[in-house]
Design a protein around this ligand. Structure first.
Ligand code: SAH
Length: 216
C-alpha cells in the first residue's frame, strides 16, 4: 500500500498532537513523522491510523497508542547505534520507530502470526531487525547485553533475565502491574548492578503472558 500526501498530512497533525501532549524529543517526533502507521494496521482501521488511539491488530492484540509509543521511546532515550531489545513486537510499529531512530532492534513476539506479519512489513520497508518468535520473559541471552530494553505489554513483575541482559548504564522501560492499569517505570542500571527506579504514571496495556505461545 502507498504512503500518499493524505497520509503524510495526517501524520504531521499527529506529530503536532503528540508534541502538545508533552513529547519533546525531536528524534522521536521525526520518527513518528517518518513511519507510515497505516501500513501496520488492518485495512478496516486504516482511516484511524493517525488518531492517537490503540487499535486491534488480530490475535486479540493491539497496536499501542501513538502517545504511548512516543512516551516509552522518549523514556528509553534511544541513540543511533543502540542495541535495543523489545518484548512484544505486535504489529512491528514500535520496532519501526526504533529503527527509524537508528537503533539495532531485537524484538520478541509470542504470536507466530504477528511475528511473521511484522517481519514482512519491516523488511518490505527496507529495515533489517532481528525478530524472534518466543517467550519474552527469557529475553535473548545469546545477543545480550543490550543498551536499552522496552516491554510493550503489561508485565506482572520485572523478569530477572531481562535485568541481567541490560548493560551497566542501560535503561529499561516497563509497564508494571496486572489488571487495567500499569505503572510506567524506568529502571537505570547502576555501576554496582542495582537499579534506580522512576515512575511516570498510569498506562494501559494488553497482558504479558507467561509460559504461552500461539502458533508453531
Ligand atoms: N509494540 C507493539 C505493541 C503490541 S501489544 C506494537 O507496536 O504494535 C503487546 C504484544 O506483546 C502483543 O503482540 C503480545 O502478543 C505480545 N506479548 C505478550 N506476552 C509476551 C511474551 N511473554 N513474550 C513476547 N511477546 C509477548
Amino acid at each position: 500500500m502507498l504512503d500518499n500526501y493524505r497520509h503524510k498530512g495526517l501524520r504531521k497533525k499527529l506529530v503536532e498532537e503528540l508534541s502538545k501532549k508533552g513529547i519533546e524529543n525531536i528524534d522521536v517526533l521525526n520518527a513518528i513523522d517518518q513511519i507510515p502507521r497505516h501500513l501496520f494496521m488492518d485495512n478496516a482501521f486504516i482511516n484511524f491510523a493517525y488518531k492517537d488511539k490503540a487499535f486491534p491488530i488480530g490475535a486479540n492484540q493491539t497496536i499501542s497508542q501513538p502517545f504511548t509509543v512516543a512516551f516509552q521511546t522518549q523514556l528509553l532515550g534511544v541513540e543511533r547505534g543502540d542495541k535495543v531489545l523489545e518484548i512484544g513486537t505486535g504489529s512491528g510499529y514500535q520496532s519501526a520507530v526504533l529503527l527509524a531512530m537508528g537503533a539495532k532492534v531485537f524484538s520478541i513476539e509470542r504470536h507466530r502470526s504477528l511475528h511473521l506479519k511484522s517481519k514482512n512489513i519491516l523488511e518490505s520497508m527496507g529495515y533489517q531487525p532481528k525478530l524472534f518468535f518466543g517467550d519474552g520473559y527469557k529475553g535473548l541471552p545469546t545477543f545480550a547485553p543490550f543498551d536499552k530494553i522496552i516491554i510493550t505489554a503489561a508485565a506482572p513483575y520485572i523478569p530477572d533475565p531481562l535485568k541481567e541482559q541490560l548493560k551497566i548504564g542501560g535503561v529499561f522501560v516497563i509497564p508494571l502491574g496486572e489488571g487495567d492499569k500499569q505503572e510506567m517505570l524506568r529502571l537505570s542500571k547502576q555501576e554496582d548492578g542495582s537499579f534506580k527506579q522512576e515512575n511516570f504514571g498510569d498506562f494501559s496495556f494488553v497482558p504479558m503472558l507467561e509460559n504461552k505461545s500461539f502458533g508453531s
